[in-house]
Design a binder for this molecule. Sequence first.
Ligand code: RB5
Length: 152
Amino acid sequence: MPSETVVIAADHGGVELKALLVGDLKARGFDVLDLGTDSSASVDYPDFAQALAKAIRDGRAARGVLICGSGIGMSIAANRFPEIRAALAHDHLSAKLCRQHNDANVLCLGARLIGPEVARDCLNAFLDTKFEGGRHAGRVAKMSSPVVATEA
Ligand code: RB5
């Protein structure tokens, strides 16, 4: 069976954590599409979120990981793409629930807010947890075809 490709990207705030998680992904047998950044030089997180979203949109990977200082900017930027359900997780349970209930396809992590071991635990929970479907399926579908709210 061919191995799955996981795409990953970070801004300068997440470079060290990205390197750690790339190692973990490879150790688990995933192919890794690493979109950078690879140095501490300041970059703009939307550029990396957009590159990762396009990789998923184009079918180069089905799941991805985005890292910045807080994880917030990456999650906002990635969620502007309709194919992306990016979830910011700070612990095992949030990483698990974003898969079970929301079918998240991108895990966002804040490298300045959580430690490396918590981040690794989040990644494993994200990778190992299946979407529950059922009552959650219709809700997730609504996010792909949002109805614009009108004033009453
Ligand atoms: C960069 O300094 C920082 O703003 C960025 O990594 C991220 O936290 C943004 O949401």
